[in-house]
Design a protein around this ligand. Structure first.
Ligand SMILES: Cc1ncc(COP(=O)(O)O)c(C=O)c1O
Length: 375
């Protein structure tokens, strides 16, 4: 019976203590740096020290693993998870990534390539033929879908087939979609990455990351990397992510519905040049997103008429939306991405990324509309 429960239900129930009289319903925060010893250590004894084991991590990992259909490991941040993922590439291996990938992931890959640790090819991830052409001779393809901040959609099934034919592993950053809208392991990915800082925790109050895989060898390597590098999540942070995860389904449902309404209205607004949202029927990623996702998410991007100045006036003309980086929280945020020096040049100068929160849709629209009138 439990196999039939939906992801919405699993988000609520996974990672809870076993049903026993007197057991806590919510997993406690296990604050300890060390564990009582019971003699010589076996190869599988991980529960000896707080850098290799923690019950609150395990509760969170159970929940993320169930939702992503694999085994999860939590990390100190999405970037700590990203660094662990890059570490799976053998020295001298070749990595293919999107030329508009999340800026810090791309910067780290470029740093590893500059140091001679890996070689790096970048491609337009929405150009499936170009990605397929880059795969022979590569070791890993690491991508986001939808991408941050261009909201491009990668053809995960075709790329997974091409990657399998070329012996290339795929890592998918599923931060924007969340496991409720897309499960990349089911589509052929070897590893899924989350910045749990975003939708999984959902309240802009914690920095955390996770990797999920079904491959035991990769899992062991990632776990050993995390223990040795010490890129572990604090128990308090793990608990905060788990607490946030309980409401992911209702948050996302509302945020996504609001994003759809705002995208349609912005698309028809004379002060807007272009709206990027896979839910719009004229969006280049729409058909693919319909096929491989269970919804279009709550992130969108726009380019106002009038370039950078107009974008800056919009970002600073709002009163309810918060001009700040990050995404996936209950409060609506917006940001002109190229204000960040490391943002790839493939991102238009005037592009404003919007993370739609839980405020009333008409209030969010009224605020955007009044700010656009000043643009
Ligand atoms: C798509 C994506 N992946 C990874 C990261 C890195 O996550 P963190 O900030 O938790 O280190 C981010 C952060 O914005 C992101 O947006």
């Amino acid at each position: 019976m439990s196999g039939d429960w939906s992801a919405d239900t699993w988000a609520v129930i996974a990672g809870r203590p076993a049903h026993q009289t007197g057991a806590p319903v919510s997993p406690p925060i296990e604050l300890t740096s060390t564990y009582l010893s019971s003699g010589p250590l076996g190869a599988t004894d991980i529960g000896v020290y707080g850098r290799s084991n923690n019950a609150t991590w395990r509760a969170l990992e159970d929940a993320i693993g169930v939702l992503e259909h694999g085994t999860a490991l939590c990390f100190a941040s999405g970037m700590a998870a990203g660094a662990a993922l890059f570490d799976l590439i053998e020295p001298g291996g070749r990595l293919v990534m999107a030329d508009s990938a999340y800026n810090t992931m791309l910067a780290l890959a470029r740093q590893l390539a500059a140091a001679g640790r890996i070689s790096l090819s970048t491609v337009d991830i929405a150009d499936t033929d170009a990605v397929l052409a880059a795969l022979p001779g590569a070791d890993w393809l690491i991508l986001e879908s939808p991408t941050n901040p261009l909201l491009q959609v990668a053809d995960l099934v075709t790329l997974a087939e091409g990657a399998a034919a070329s012996g290339v592993r795929i890592g998918v950053d599923n931060t924007f979609a969340t496991p409720l809208l897309q499960n990349p392991l089911d589509l052929g990915a070897s590893v899924v990455l989350h910045s749990a800082t975003k939708y999984l925790s959902g309240h802009s109050d914690v920095v955390a990351g996770a990797l999920v895989t079904r491959d035991e060898e990769l899992l062991n390597r990632l776990q050993s990397y995390r223990t040795m590098q010490g890129s572990i999540l604090g128990p308090m942070e793990a608990w905060l992510v788990l607490r946030g995860l309980r409401t992911l389904s209702v948050r996302l449902e509302r945020q996504q519905a609001t994003a759809g309404v705002l995208a349609e209205r912005l698309n028809a607004h004379p002060a807007i040049d272009r709206v990027r949202y896979p839910g719009l029927v004229d969006d280049p990623g729409h058909d693919l997103a319909r096929r491989q996702m269970r919804g279009f998410g709550a992130m969108l991007a726009l380019e106002p008429v009038g370039g950078i100045d107009a974008a800056e006036r919009l970002v600073h003309g709002v009163q309810l939306w918060v001009p700040a980086t990050s995404l996936g929280g209950v409060e609506s945020l917006l940001e002109r991405r190229r204000r960040i020096a490391s943002e790839p040049e493939t991102v238009p100068d005037s592009l404003v990324r919007l993370s739609v929160g839980l405020e009333d849709v008409e209030d969010l629209w009224a605020d955007l509309d009044q700010a656009l009138a000043q643009v």
